[in-house]
Write a protein that binds this ligand. Sequence first.
Ligand SMILES: Nc1ncnc2c1ncn2[C@@H]1O[C@H](COP(=O)(O)OP(=O)(O)O)[C@@H](O)[C@H]1O
Ligand SMILES: [Mg+2]
Length: 602
Amino acid sequence: MRFRDVYKNNLFMLKFVWKYYKIYIITSILISFSSILTPLADVLGPKYIIDFISQKKPFTWIVTVVILIFSIEILKSIYYSWYYKFITPRAHNKIKGGINNLLMQKAASLDLECYENADFYDKYTRALKEADIRALSVVSSTRDFLLSLVYALTLFGVIVTLDPILLLISVVSMLLSSLFGLISGKCQFKYERLLTPFEKHLNYIKRVFYEVQYSKEIRIFPISKLLFKKYDNNIDKIDSVLKTRGKKLTLLNILGDTIEFIMTIGVTMLYLAWKIYNGALTLGDFMALYIASRQFSSRLQVFFNSFTQFYEHSLYITNLKEVLDYESKIENSSDSLEILEEKITDISVDNVSFSYSEREVLHNITIKASKGEKIAIVGHNGAGKTTLIKLIIRLYDVNKGKILINNKDIKKLSVKHLRSKIGLVFQDYQLYSASIAENILLLEVKTPEDEDKVWFALKQVGLYEKVKELPNGIHTLITKEFSNEGIFLSGGEAQKLALARIYIKDYDVVILDEPSSSLDPLAEKQMYENMMDITKNKIAIFITHRLSTTVMADRIYLIDNGRVIEQGTHKELMELNGKYRRMFDAQAQFYREQAEDSLVVS
Ligand SMILES: Nc1ncnc2c1ncn2[C@@H]1O[C@H](COP(=O)(O)OP(=O)(O)O)[C@@H](O)[C@H]1O
Ligand SMILES: [Mg+2]
């Protein structure tokens, strides 16, 4: 990375902070310039006191100097307190909010394939993890950079006026110590990178122990032992990196300090003492020069260290920019602008093939669905059923073939608009730590009509009675994460809640991916009957393993290994006497055997 990039990247971040909290930048710059006062008070104050004493000046002169030093320190303290205790925490909060918001919005529009690309995903998590801290460190590094520069320049002025030769000694000492600063900064950074994968693993394990969904299994299975072991292993690995790094850094530090002491204490002190000895320097000058020269090199060290910091920030910002600059191919595609005004009446998957990365999982699939039709998709686990749905709602684009909606290529249609016409429940639906109503509407509940919609949907899925009895009704929170009054739902109830979402709006198409996997038989029957009812004039596509429900479908597609191998009505497929029939018979047989077994037992 070149110097120009480092500069540009840090400036990018400063501009970003400027946008969210201007006063933080302004006060930070002011604090840098206020540092001009410190060396004056620390260095010149004592010099004048000593000089006045040795020159036998009136005591009031000394009192004046003391009052001056005191006033400077008090003013500084007021400003620093306000800056660090009042401004900085609020700046942290605002900037954190701004940058994380930006990243979350980005996440919501990334193509799904980004999550499957380990490199990109890594970049994204790194961007998110450090975003707020980095934004602030860029400001604090800039502040320290300016602060130490102003400080050092002031000391420079003091030294030049009192003894130019000493400046030469100080500069050499400064160059040497900053060289060591750079070397150890680089070393530190190199090892920091080695630690990242281990720290990632540690964080993962910690997460398992605090997130509620793991809590049951952790208690029942011996997995916690395994995780503790992995945790300890990672701690050991980190330790071995720290050991190697520690040896190098300790040595560098001792060496750096020794050289600095030789220059500042050895050379400088001897030089100054020799000058006093020869009467060329007052006691006060000695005092001022000695303090100034020591502070000068330590300030310059801070100054040079900030370059290492800017470099580290820059590496992070490059990563952040890559994430922010990512142009999503589907969500932001400029080809997909057409708004479909009319209702969706036809979906046609035409000879479509698709692969996630290398491996093709769908091969030459052709499927049709028209208004009023109920389409069932069946097939073994991993056959490609869910993938097909993901293509229809354009979470991915097909590799070969076409998907047409009302005879228009799906790639030409506005993605947002298309999705808003399709009611969908995923196989791995999610519930959120929000109220029941919000979990169904997936929007803010604003009007009484919104509430009516929610109650209607709850009725359809058979949750009405249960919610009615809750003190907070539809405003009860799901999970107890934010309130003790929240509720936990059983697996089946949760699935019903997710299903309620499709009753909220008059969708043109309803797609359900294994919607009854957690439902009891009665609830399942009820669900399919309701579904048939509300989808009379719509397109309904459901993926199911319960072959009893396929009996009501207008058309069944049996997908096997990414290919449609049989299609037709239940009757036709039974007559075909192929794989569908074998699956159906096996399921029927299983239920019969179970029923007979239970008869024998009872
Ligand atoms: N995000 C993904 N990345 C890579 N492969 C995937 C991904 N999702 C699913 N697959 C693979 O695609 C195949 C079909 O998956 P899917 O469509 O979910 O099957 P199902 O018919 O059970 O719904 C499976 O072999 C699965 O391993
Ligand atoms: Mg699936």
